[in-house]
Design a protein around this ligand. Structure first.
Ligand code: SF4
Length: 353
């Protein structure tokens, strides 16, 4: 069992991060934030998929000024992503965002930094310090190169600025696109401070490669008990990030969800296992209760795996068997196997559908 490292708890809107709170899943929209309808639609889609916090970019004043309108129409906390611009950070706070992502050392004059931090403190809005391997301070790059030491030193510099202003509602990320660097950076950070950690592999790549890189990076740390919120970064639709994030948490037993166990198929299978499993996986994604469903090509391992599942299907010659709570239930034609399986789920777990 994973023993999670105890971190300070921070409240982002009505969602707690750190301490004994569950590891939270978040994502970022890809629409122009100023396009309120498109951004709200994306956040709604993310929420439906299980996203718990949504971050939006604020590269222009128009984007920052749209935040209040977006917030009024969504159900999860809204995070403004600010790079360098103090004015946009102040607007975002006025618009009522629940968290801002900015690096206090990169925001301009000391006066502006104090203004933002004081305002965030007054409004009880946490700040995420987001250190990124691709944009480290010049002096740190010269001193350490692109290493975990450089990332952690950068984070500590920003943390110090906040602590000097008596601000402690801080969350920290130390992202790198190189997975071993990312893992070592977070490990080192977790030895140095107890602010909650937002885990991510930056620029991880397209759906398949990115999912793997994220699973290895984020998964290794979570397995060590490190990490309080995760963002799976993918060059793909944002909803995919949520699906992968959920799977990482489920794989480690950190979250109960729908799990589809499927065999790799082999010469013994007399049904199209790939097609069956794909169809079951797609439909299972939409279920609202934790369930385990097994999809097995033949009777060799079928009954054994079905025994461990709430529902299962096993292939035979043009036919298949539906299992319920590990017991054989009924034989169905292959063409109807998935539909009939979900009929059984609907009948027995109406709240899941
Ligand atoms: S369950 Fe049957 S079809 Fe699937 S891999 Fe095992 S032996 Fe092959």
């Amino acid at each position: 069992m994973i023993v999670r490292k105890k971190t300070r708890q921070v409240k982002v809107g009505n969602v707690t991060i750190g301490g004994d709170a569950p590891v939270r899943i978040q994502s970022m929209t890809t629409s122009h934030t100023r396009d309120v309808d498109a951004t709200v639609a994306q956040i709604e889609q993310l929420t439906e998929a299980g996203c718990e916090l949504a971050r939006v970019a604020c590269p222009t004043e128009e984007d920052a000024k749209a935040l209040g309108k977006i917030k009024a129409r969504i159900r999860i906390p809204l995070i403004a992503d600010i790079h360098f611009n103090a004015k946009f950070a102040l607007i975002a706070l006025d618009e009522g965002v629940d968290k801002i992502r900015l690096n206090p050392g990169n925001i301009g004059s000391r006066e502006r930094t104090v203004q933002i931090v004081e305002k965030a403190k007054r409004l009880k809005v946490p700040i995420r310090i987001g250190v990124n391997g691709g944009s480290l301070e010049k002096e740190l790059m010269e001193k350490y190169g692109p290493t975990p030491e450089a990332l952690v030193a950068s984070a500590l510099g920003h943390i110090r600025i906040l602590e000097e202003l008596d601000f402690h509602d801080t969350i920290v990320s130390l992202k790198a696109s190189d997975v071993p660097t990312m893992i070592r950076s977070y490990r080192l950070a977790s030895e140095k401070f107890d602010y909650p950690l937002h885990l991510g592999v930056t620029e991880a790549g397209t759906l398949q490669r990115g999912s793997l890189y994220n699973a290895i990076g984020i998964g290794s740390l979570l397995n060590d008990g490190i990490g309080d919120t995760i963002r799976v970064s993918l060059t793909a639709e944002s909803v995919e990030e949520i699906k992968v994030g959920k799977m990482i948490l489920e794989a480690l037993g950190l979250r109960k969800g729908v799990r589809v166990i499927s065999c790799p198929s082999c010469g013994r299978a007399e049904v199209d296992v790939f097609k069956l499993a794909e169809e079951v996986e797609n439909r299972a994604m939409k279920l609202k209760e934790p369930l385990t469903i097994s999809v097995l090509g033949c009777v060799v391992n079928g009954p054994g795996e079905a025994h461990e599942s709430d529902f299962g299907i096993t292939g035979g010659k043009d036919k298949g068997m539906i299992y319920i709570d590990g017991k054989q239930h009924r034989v169905v034609d292959e063409a109807k196997l998935v539909d009939e399986l979900f009929e059984e789920i609907k009948l027995r777990r109406p709240n899941a559908v």
